[in-house]
Design a protein around this ligand. Structure first.
Ligand SMILES: C[S@@+](CC[C@H](N)C(=O)[O-])C[C@H]1O[C@@H](n2cnc3c(N)ncnc32)[C@H](O)[C@@H]1O
Length: 226
């Protein structure tokens, strides 16, 4: 496998850990979402607060995993104001039971949906702020655009989506055509700008935000009348 990596570059699917419930069971719910549990949870929460997140606002955590951000944000926000959507139901279950705990869950009423096709309309609420931390780093372009496209009608004019990316200086050849929770996709600044522009957003490139793996931050704001 090592020789193969040397010769061919980034891993291909058969070299990667399993996805889905089998992967969660094998790796555990913290490692599955990338580890660095406290550090990256706190980083996200501090970032959102520095950008003005207030308890009365509604936060949509896109690909919320096992609530790495949620354990910080849920007790801060007013009850029912944390919306989490995630494709792996088992991550949500583990996050609720083992990280947030039943008492806080009952008091803070987070709203969690297991859905892999970005069905944000199911919440029936327009979030003030959305966060997609290390989601687009695992998706090919068509799914990034699907997410942005489905989010747009669910936002209000003042809403903002913060999304992180691995940024490359030149376009990378896709080694995987399908998304993968344990593989990384890299995009150029021009590509991440075009993802937003094509789907009705103004794009602000924020860049470095102290992410330990150098993911960069981009803000997408819905353009009216798109
Ligand atoms: C690196 S983890 C980050 C999780 C979370 N944002 C955090 O910071 O802890 C990526 C997450 O994206 C989820 N994911 C991947 N594709 C998804 C999709 N189409 N819809 C919802 N979640 C998805 C994975 O299951 C995984 O939980």
């Amino acid at each position: 496998m090592t020789v193969r990596r040397w010769l061919l570059g980034p891993p291909v699917e058969q070299d990667l850990a399993p996805q889905g419930a089998a992967g969660v069971e094998l790796l555990g719910h913290r490692t599955y979402v990338g580890g660095l549990w406290d550090e990256i949870g706190q980083l996200q929460f501090d970032f959102l607060c520095s950008r003005g997140l207030r308890p009365e606002q509604v936060l949509l955590d896109i690909a919320c995993g096992s609530l790495r951000l949620g354990v910080k944000a849920i007790p801060y926000l007013q009850p029912g104001h944390y919306l989490g959507i995630e494709k792996e139901a088992l991550l949500l279950e583990r996050g609720l039971a083992l990280e947030l705990g039943p008492e806080l869950a009952a008091r803070c009423q987070p709203r969690l949906i297991a859905d892999a096709d970005f069905g944000f309309a199911q919440f029936g609420v327009q979030p003030d702020v959305a966060m997609a931390q290390s989601l687009f780093t695992h998706l090919p372009p068509r799914l990034i655009e699907r997410c942005l496209q489905r989010l747009h009608p669910c936002l209000k004019p003042s809403s903002v989506l913060y999304a992180t990316y691995f940024i490359s200086t030149v376009p990378q050849r896709l080694r995987l055509r399908q998304p993968h929770d344990h593989a990384s996709f890299h995009y150029t600044r021009r590509q991440v700008t075009r993802f937003g522009e094509r789907n009705g957003y103004s794009v602000e490139y924020i860049g470095a935000w102290n992410h330990p793996r150098q993911q960069q931050m981009v803000a997408y704001r819905p353009l009216p009348q798109f």
